[in-house]
Design a protein around this ligand. Structure first.
Ligand code: ZN
Length: 134
């Protein structure tokens, strides 16, 4: 069972709530109990689970990584692609999350949503959702 959707990011760095798209993929899958694996198919974006009720949290995550990983430094990858900081930030957060499905619903806490974090936008990003049914 596989499902893929696209996300059009609008800014160089941005957090986008993709929970509804994943919920739709779960419904389409028909999986009642199991797991779903959500993975962005790019090396300069990430998937995380956190709160989107306050959109400043996404900004704060991006700002914190910006303080830890300077945009301009002596990164080796900048010699050929000029976006090393984007790759490093994406590597720190990781490309995917695995979420349990219980009675057809994602097992998430009240303040947890699924977010795509863009580090090298704007771009069209592909997100893969795959399922394990138990
Ligand atoms: Zn690159």
């Amino acid at each position: 069972m596989a499902h893929t959707f696209n996300v059009d990011t609008q800014a160089p760095q941005q957090s986008i709530d993709i929970t509804e798209k994943v919920v739709a993929a779960v419904a389409e899958s028909g999986v009642d109990d199991g797991f779903c694996h959500v993975m962005v198919l790019h090396s300069t974006a990430s998937i995380i689970i956190n709160e989107t009720a306050d959109p400043n949290i996404g900004r704060d995550v991006i700002d914190a990584l910006g303080r830890a990983v300077p945009t301009r430094s002596d990164w080796l990858h900048d010699r050929i692609d000029d976006n090393a900081h984007s790759h490093i930030k994406a590597a720190i957060l990781g490309p995917s999350e695995m979420i349990a499905i219980d009675q057809g619903a994602l097992v998430l806490g009240k303040w947890q949503e699924i977010m795509l974090i863009e580090f090298d936008g704007p771009r069209e990003r592909q997100v893969s959702v795959r399922f394990l049914s138990s």
